[in-house]
Design a binder for this molecule. Structure first.
Ligand code: FAD
Length: 384
């Protein structure tokens, strides 16, 4: 690829693909519209398949050191009152890939940014694309950037997230699908007693906590939000406390710590349902731009990382780039849809509004939650 690759979007997908391509000696330029490039929001967890992809990027040791490694992949489920429902174990891969790592998003980003620097990737911050000319297959794809400069490339990748500009260029406007859920997130000093992922299953809502470093934890709660209400930023702390007021156990004290709006992030949960193809000619979409999922399986970042690792592998030595991009979409579509569907089911199960029905749900979880994890991860363990 004489003219190299341009990747638009320096989130998880774009940064990971840049690293993976650079490790294969493919010239890459990464374009990110944010000038400061410090991802907002609190924490995230990365399950074994995402960690395996990070291992393939050569950054797993940094990830382990920057985040919190679950000792045994355990996930404790409690009622809103703090009574134990069940405890499941998420799988690790071999002896080296942990089951779950929790970390601050900004730390994941720092690890990826250091790898970009080590690999010598050209990163252009504070710019976006204003024009794309990809019509003539005999000529490189040509881009004009918002600072007036131009670039040419043999492959353009849209890794620009749920409201992808590159997706609009390829296929026209596609409004993400609102799921009817909202997610409330906050970070806290970690009490020494908490050293596992804990989910409290309430009536209509669920609330989770998860360490993200030795001394911090991340709390995340889901609510049904019909009609996609708008909550002004200055109400977020009050709203989060009120919406989860019924939760006791380990979350009660944490909720009481939330006093300032800036301690909370609220997100309306949306999905992207883009049918194949995910590419046209020499332009392809990866990550949330192609298949954004609801977050209830904690798999969106892992899917983005898998996209990056696989696409880099498929491009290595490729001559017919459009054919590789078509094949890439075909290999990814079902797996990403499987995650989207599973995540939506988990979201619904966590938002049952009838108190009687939640008792049955909790009983069902005691009987089958581990089997559900095993079934999901048996599919995830299949080669990407
Ligand atoms: C509430 C919530 C919780 C989640 N929790 C988890 C979790 O625990 N674990 C997990 O694995 N996943 C989680 N996810 C999903 C995960 O955050 C996403 O799947 C992941 O961030 C997708 O990465 P991406 O790089 O495709 O997109 P993004 O992270 O959105 O990155 C896109 C990047 O492109 C840039 N950009 C956008 N437009 C342009 C443009 N025109 N020009 C240049 N740059 C542009 C943006 O600034 C951004 O940096 C969660 C999602 C939500 C909503």
């Amino acid at each position: 690829m004489k003219n190299g690759v341009v990747i638009v979007g320096g989130g998880i997908a774009g940064s990971a693909l840049s690293i993976a391509l650079a490790r294969r000696g493919i010239k890459t330029t990464l374009i990110e519209r944010e000038a400061r490039w410090t991802p907002l929001s609190s924490g995230l967890f990365i399950y074994c398949n995402g960690l395996q992809a990070l291992d393939r990027l050569g950054v797993l040791d940094d990830i382990r050191q920057s985040g919190w490694v679950s000792p045994d992949g355990g996930n404790l489920y409690l009622t809103a009152d703090g009574e134990k429902i069940t405890r499941t174990i998420y799988p690790q891969i071999g002896d080296t890939i942990p089951a779950i790592v929790g970390m601050r998003r900004v730390e994941l980003h720092r690890v990826l940014a250091s790898a970009l620097e080590r690999q010598g990737v050209t990163v252009r911050l504070g710019v976006t694309v204003t024009a794309i000319d990809d019509k003539d297959p005999a000529r490189p794809v040509s881009l004009t950037l918002s600072d007036g400069s131009t670039l040419t490339c043999d492959l353009l990748v849209g890794a620009d997230g749920i409201r992808s500009q590159i997706r609009t260029h390829l296929f026209g406007a596609l409004e993400p699908t609102y799921t009817g859920f909202g997610v409330w997130r906050s970070t806290h000093k970690k009490p020494a007693s908490i050293d596992e992922k804990i989910m409290l299953m309430g009536v209509g809502t669920r609330l989770g906590i998860m360490p993200i470093s030795r001394d911090e934890l991340y709390m995340f709660g889901t609510t049904r939000e019909p009609g996609k209400p708008y909550y002004p930023r200055d109400t977020w702390a009050k709203e989060m406390r009120a919406k989860f007021a019924a939760f006791k156990g380990p979350t009660e004290a944490l909720l009481a710590e939330i006093t300032q709006p800036e301690q909370v992030f609220y997100t309306s949960v949306e999905e992207v349902h883009l049918p194949l193809p995910w590419s046209r000619g020499r332009v392809v979409l990866i990550g949330d731009a192609a298949h954004s999922s609801s977050p209830f399986m904690g798999q969106g970042g892992a899917m983005a990382l898998e996209d990056a690792v696989l696409l880099a592998e498929m491009l290595d030595g490729a001559t017919d780039i459009p054919a590789v991009l078509t094949a890439f979409g075909t290999r990814r579509f079902e797996r990403c849809k499987f995650v989207q569907d599973a995540s939506r089911r988990v979201g619904e199960a966590g938002a049952i509004e009838d108190a009687e029905a939640t008792i049955h749900r909790n009983k069902r979880m005691q009987a089958s939650a581990q089997q559900d994890v095993d079934t999901f991860y048996a599919r995830i363990a299949e080669p990407i």
